[in-house]
Design a protein around this ligand. Sequence first.
Ligand SMILES: [Zn+2]
Ligand SMILES: [Zn+2]
Length: 231
Amino acid sequence: MAGNAADPLKFKVRYTNVYLIRGSDGYLMVDTGPRTEISYIMKQLERHGVRPEDVKFVLLTHHHHDHAGNLAAVMANLPRARLVVHRKEVDYISRGKMKLPHGRNLCLKIAIALGRLLRFDYEPYVPTDDDIVLDTPEFDLSDYGFDWRVIHTPGHTSGSISIVSGEDAIVGDLVMDRKDWCGSSPLPAFLESMDETMASWRKLLGLGVKRFWPSHGSVLPHTKLKKHIGT
Ligand SMILES: [Zn+2]
Ligand SMILES: [Zn+2]
């Protein structure tokens, strides 16, 4: 199905969406997907007409393995890219370790328990002085040629970030479109804090966001979130 002209470019690394945002002088890539061959990711960039040197930023919505799994390899293969990450996620990516979140119901608790048996480690990446480590509620990317703002949206993890432009937001795992995951949609299947998740939803709705682009599944309209929180 063809998307709207305004839809962000995206490709999939297994079950995770990787978004590509075009700026005035290059691209911003959102997340890196679960561990895979780096050649697959480079091929996807090429398919979208993006050269490695065109990527100016890699923004990590949060440290989970299905988002940061290829971070070290991606940073090594994109010569001009600077990482954008929230300070609260840095300890985990620097060690390549995932903090397991809580499951919201019995089904999800079982999934987490099974997850403990799996290894969610990934190749660590330690941010450099060139990277942008955030600890403010907002960060404007317009100075860097992107008409987007980074918004701290904790809940799924404490350092989760989203990016917002007009009525669109790319939100990582702050919302999910996975009806198959123990009935989770539009709530994230796993999260660290329900209160913070709801506060972050309200924050983005308050900014006028109408389209929520998740890392798992398809775009969700604001009406779905509003229905869920009863406003
Ligand atoms: Zn996650
Ligand atoms: Zn995820």
